[in-house]
Write a protein that binds this ligand. Structure first.
Ligand code: PSU
Ligand code: MN
Length: 302
């Protein structure tokens, strides 16, 4: 393993025995949800992975060391901490050199997962092309990472705070397969439907495992987006979320929020505007993705 990476004992054991492992990100804990729901979710998600036959590896940087798998106390630290950096690809060398603590986004988690040899990663939603691209030029580093790093990202699609059609166009340009799981439509995180048909559809974890094997065994490097619709009983209706998103976007503009602060700000405001309903949906969908991620990792290990 690289001199920068520490494996949690359980993850090292899983590698040694060939047991399936699922990577989990930490930005969703430190910057994506409020305490204590973030801690409860992080713990539940790890348990969901275990219940479906795989070992969870939550990824973060602590004191400049890249951690693949966190202890319960470390998980709690990332849920409570207020001085934790949000790390995408560009920030990793800074966090290492300055011995910082940082939570990893989808892009940084993919990088560390790949370096550790983990092929499946479950999260809530990926970053994407933001609305009003022409003036913000805000495209998440997650998309570029998906273009080159060979990890499958199980998510509930992209949030409607983003421009979903443009996000799908950009993923096509980058050569990233986008698969909807058990449905024709690309999900929009809080909502089951986005109005956009997904480019590809697969219906079982086994089919997804076979798809991933074909891509990577043929040498086609890069990530894969697996869009898993949010559980119907917790998903929101488009009308319930549209107004919250529009208000949050207006507020972000008024407060001149930009760069890495945009997504955490929008998530927090949407939670307030929906009186916690969006947070409930968020928790349910991350857990749903962890279950599917584990099932895919198990199918790949066969
Ligand atoms: N989706 C969520 N919660 C989150 C994020 C996405 O439901 O916290 C985080 C992920 O870590 C993702 C990041 O990689 O937001 C994208 O941030 P940006 O838009 O700044 O690239
Ligand atoms: Mn951005």
């Amino acid at each position: 393993m690289s001199e920068f990476i520490d494996l949690a004992p359980e993850v090292a054991e899983a590698f040694a025995s060939g047991a399936p492992v699922v990577a989990l990100e930490s930005t969703i804990i430190s910057h994506g949800m409020p305490y204590p729901q973030n801690l409860e979710t992080a713990q539940a998600v790890e348990q969901d992975v275990r219940d479906n036959g795989a070992i969870p590896a939550t990824i973060a940087v602590i004191g400049g060391r890249c951690k693949i798998g966190l202890s319960p106390a470390e998980l709690e630290y990332f849920a409570k901490g207020s001085d934790i950096l949000k790390l995408s690809r560009r920030d990793i060398p800074y966090a290492i050199a300055k011995k910082c603590d940082g939570a990893t986004t989808v892009s940084a988690t993919m990088i560390l997962a790949e370096k550790a040899g983990i092929k499946v990663f479950a999260t809530g939603g990926i970053g994407g092309v933001h609305r009003e691209l022409a003036t913000s030029f805000d495209i998440s580093a997650d998309l570029t990472e998906l273009g080159k790093t060979s990890v499958a990202v199980v998510c509930a699609g992209a949030k409607a705070i983003l421009d979903i059609p443009m996000t799908l166009e950009h993923l096509e340009t980058l050569g990233v397969p986008v698969i909807a799981y058990g449905t024709d439509e690309f999900p929009a995180f809080y909502t089951v439907k986005s109005g956009q048909k997904a480019p590809l559809r697969l219906d079982t974890p086994g089919e997804i495992a076979a798809f991933l094997a074909s891509k990577w065994e043929f040498g086609l490097e890069g990530g894969v987006v697996i869009g898993n619709p949010p559980p119907a009983d917790k998903a929101l209706a488009l009308e319930a979320i549209e107004h919250a998103i529009d208000s949050a976007l207006v507020e972000a503009k008024g407060l001149n929020i930009h760069g890495r602060d945009v997504t955490p700000f929008l998530l927090q405001r949407v939670t307030q505007h929906t009186k916690g309903k969006s947070l409930e949906a968020n928790i349910a969908l991350v857990r749903n993705n962890a279950r599917l991620g584990a099932q895919i990792a198990v199918a790949m290990a066969k």
